[in-house]
Write a protein that binds this ligand. Structure first.
Ligand SMILES: O=C(O)CCC(=O)C(=O)O
Length: 319
């Protein structure tokens, strides 16, 4: 079995560079999810969301993308080859009624309360950011490797991301890929102490905020890349300091990969949540986002920053 990350083809298997995520369903209801997160940096939970809610959210998003011309009508997500900007989704779509019914559902709140180690596994124990990161990933696209802390650094560091595939996502379509143990491995210590502490708004670094798009650089840290073929109603929950990215979408025929990243905190976390993502129309890191390639405002490159931090591996020299 093979997958792609950028230009690189990688094999998936127990003794390959990319391995399969270990489901944690056996721990549900035992009060041990938080401990597993601490040990592994992620939780893969299969078929835990109500199917009707995920299907309705997928349907609503697809209908909107059909209207916008990104998707061909009646094809369950086949990309329109004539659309240039394949990944663009309007921010409001992430908060349409069908999406909110899913991403703010009681079942998801209960799950996140359990993952955060709240006393009661219900919605009262948790807070979620109002902003939702809905992704429509087009052909050839993927997310580079990063920790979510760099985008969420103005709130508690104990928050969690819950990644929700809005549809089945196989290795060709390319889903989430976490770097197992990156939240605690010695090899990532310096990265955690430097890169993961920045805030993209204020770090002065141009580009995407991704640590690297080059999977070879990640492999050099000797932590396993973990992914799965995901199914509608699965989730992956991970820490703000867990390095992750995604496999490239090389589906054939080309289909959109839909997913939504949601962020969660314990309601009694006194460090609070990042205020940039709260409210009716949260600005998030929009100021950085629109100017992120402006080198007058953000003069430093990620490669220069990595050299300064002493985390640039010899194998990543220009080639
Ligand atoms: O879905 C992706 O491509 C990346 C997801 C991600 O970066 C996240 O959930 O924080």
């Amino acid at each position: 079995m093979a997958c792609r990350i950028g230009p690189h083809v990688l094999q998936v298997g127990p003794s390959e560079d990319v391995k399969l995520m270990e489901p944690a369903n056996d721990l549900l209801g035992t009060g041990r999810l938080k401990q597993r997160l601490k040990e592994e940096g992620y939780l893969y939970l299969q078929e835990v969301l109500p199917l009707d809610l995920v299907s309705a959210a997928r349907k609503a998003v697809l209908a909107s993308l059909e209207d916008s011309g990104m998707i061909l009508e009646g094809t369950d997500g086949c990309l329109n080859p004539e659309t240039q900007d394949q990944g663009a989704v309007p921010a409001e779509l992430a908060r349409c009624p069908e999406m909110l019914s899913l991403v703010e559902s009681e079942s998801l709140k209960g799950l996140m309360a359990e993952a955060l180690g709240c006393d009661e596994f219900d919605g009262k124990g948790v807070r979620t950011l109002d902003y939702k990161w809905l992704r429509a990933v087009g052909l050839g696209e993927n997310s580079g490797f990063h920790t979510d802390s760099v985008y969420l650094n103005k709130g508690s560091r104990q928050g969690l991301t819950c990644w929700i595939p809005l549809g089945d996502v196989d290795f060709q379509m390319g889903g989430l890929c976490v770097v197992g143990g990156s939240h605690s491995a010695q090899s990532y210590k310096k990265v955690r102490e430097t890169y993961s502490q920045i805030d993209v708004d204020t770090a002065g670094i141009h580009g995407t905020g991704w640590f690297t798009e080059d999977v070879r650089e990640i492999l050099a840290y000797r932590c396993p890349l973990l992914t799965s073929a995901f199914q509608l109603s699965d989730v992956v929950i991970f820490r703000l300091d867990t390095m992750h990215g995604s496999l490239s979408n090389h589906s054939d025929p080309p289909k959109v990969r839909l997913s939504c990243d949601t962020r969660w905190y314990a309601a009694d976390d006194t460090d609070g949540v990042d205020p940039r993502y709260m409210g009716e129309k949260p600005c998030g890191t929009a100021l950085w986002w629109v100017n992120r390639h402006n080198k007058d405002l953000f003069p430093v490159s990620m490669e220069e920053a990595k050299c300064k931090w002493g985390v640039r591996l010899p194998c990543t020299s220009a080639d």
